[in-house]
Design a protein around this ligand. Structure first.
Ligand SMILES: [Zn+2]
Length: 434
């Protein structure tokens, strides 16, 4: 890329800072909540489709279930309703024909983001959909995860377009439905629809890291059960799901500590993979305020994270072993039955080749835009990246903004980062495709 192009990009974005914020606010204003199995992404997606048309993209709007081969794919997650939930893909290209990107044998760069957000619960200081800006932060559901990052790549594309830069390949810009709660079907549908590239950039909020890899995980509910026995008058030894569950929690905690000592994949050497208990239920509070009988069912729900390379079979096999080993030495556990429930799909961790040239280009642009050295670290969360890295010819890297409170009240994203990312993305598009 010649210096004058670089300067033109940086100047254009500096002059359009306010537009970056406004676009992110517009995206946040849509209550695109994912209330599985349903969702409410349509209005937001129509807004994105109009934006993409305005900047000269060829636009494809389709629901995941319209895509041939989706329901037969091993990673297809059944049970979701996709009525009125379209994916949107925009392609900036100078070439005719429906086949684009890698599929057409052309150079291509792809950006992927999900517009669905976790439903609102509770109340914070800032409105969920107001897009309040304060102290350099944009507040609102989805600001951080991940409409801020989407605004950055949409603005980067507009910059390329308005500067009239001619692309020697295809720029693919997609926004998908149904990522939260382990969906991934939206991103999978885009791959099967034929949208593939030399690399994909996902601006999930990883705090401005360049992440060639990301964790995986799965959410489970572990039950301890017995037949109804009331209070158990007379017995001295009785089945006790609550105490049994206590034993299992201790066993899981121990397992989690032990597994941290195992050799970890490259890049994850310093990572700790959490097991996070989210909720627990057992017994009933009676109208007068006490409990008076042994419950038939007790459970704990937890999320557990894993490095790339761990398979569903491995993870689930190990967890079942934890229960089996604890049961062997614990009479309380021998008197109840245990049952596993999968609360999300298995989400694999994954990585792209760490010598992929997109990483070097992002790093150089990161340094020149921020004046700081980039950090190469895995993204500390599960995301749709595994669909790219494990089930498509397009390797994916995560680079997204700083922020906090994703999935909670007063979620926010750092506006300075959105401007920096817009610059980094635009320079990378220009570097890769011109
Ligand atoms: Zn996300």
């Amino acid at each position: 890329m010649i210096g004058s192009t670089r300067n033109a990009i940086l100047e254009w974005i500096a002059a359009h800072r306010a537009d970056v914020t406004r676009l992110a606010q517009s995206l946040v204003s849509f209550p695109s909540e994912n209330k599985q199995p349903h969702g409410n992404e349509r209005a937001c997606q129509m807004f994105v489709a109009d934006y993409l048309r305005d900047i000269g993209c060829r636009v494809d709007v389709f629901t995941p279930l319209e895509v041939t081969g989706l329901t037969e794919h091993p990673e297809y997650l059944p049970g979701r309703d996709y009525a009125e939930r379209p994916n949107v893909v925009g392609v900036l290209t100078s070439q005719p024909g429906d086949v684009v990107g890698k599929q057409a044998g052309r150079k291509a760069l792809l950006f992927n983001g999900h517009v669905d957000v976790v439903p609102t619960v509770g109340q914070g200081q800032y409105g969920w959909w107001d897009g309040t800006v304060e102290h350099g932060r944009l507040y609102g559901r989805g600001a951080n995860d991940m409409k801020g990052g989407i605004a950055a790549y949409l603005m980067a594309a507009r910059c390329i377009r308005e500067l009239g830069l001619e692309l020697k390949g295809d720029l693919i810009l997609e926004t998908v439905v149904d990522e939260e709660f382990g969906g991934a079907n939206g991103t999978l549908a885009c791959r099967l629809r034929g949208y593939n590239a030399d690399a994909a950039i996902c601006p999930e909020p990883n705090n401005m890291l360049i992440s060639a890899a990301h964790r995986g995980g799965q959410q489970f509910r572990l039950h301890t059960c017995t037949e109804g026995i009331g209070m158990g008058f007379g017995e001295t030894i009785f089945p006790d799901p609550i105490t049994a569950l206590g034993h299992l929690l201790v066993a899981l905690d121990q397992y989690n500590q032990e597994r941290q000592a195992r050799p970890k994949p490259k890049g994850f050497e310093n990572d700790v993979f959490p097991l996070m208990p989210f909720s627990m239920r057992a017994g009933e509070m009676l109208p007068w305020g006490t409990g008076e009988s042994i419950p038939q069912d007790a459970w704990v729900e937890f999320w557990i994270e894993i490095p790339p390379g761990v398979t569903r079979q491995q993870l689930q096999g190990e967890l079942k072993d934890v229960v089996a080993r604890a049961t062997e030495k614990t009479p309380t556990l021998q008197r109840v039955t245990t049952r596993w429930e999968e609360r999300t799909r298995f989400l694999a961790g994954s990585s792209m080749p760490d010598d992929h040239p997109i990483l070097g280009m992002l790093a150089a642009n990161f340094s020149s835009v921020t004046g700081q050295a980039p950090s190469f670290e895995p993204a500390p969360f599960a995301c749709d990246g595994f669909i790219f890295n494990l089930h498509s010819p397009t390797p994916a890297v995560v680079l997204g903004p700083r922020g906090a409170n994703a999935h909670g009240p007063d979620e926010w994203v750092e506006l300075e980062d959105l401007v920096a990312l817009t610059k980094i993305y635009a320079l990378t598009i220009a570097g890769w495709l011109t």
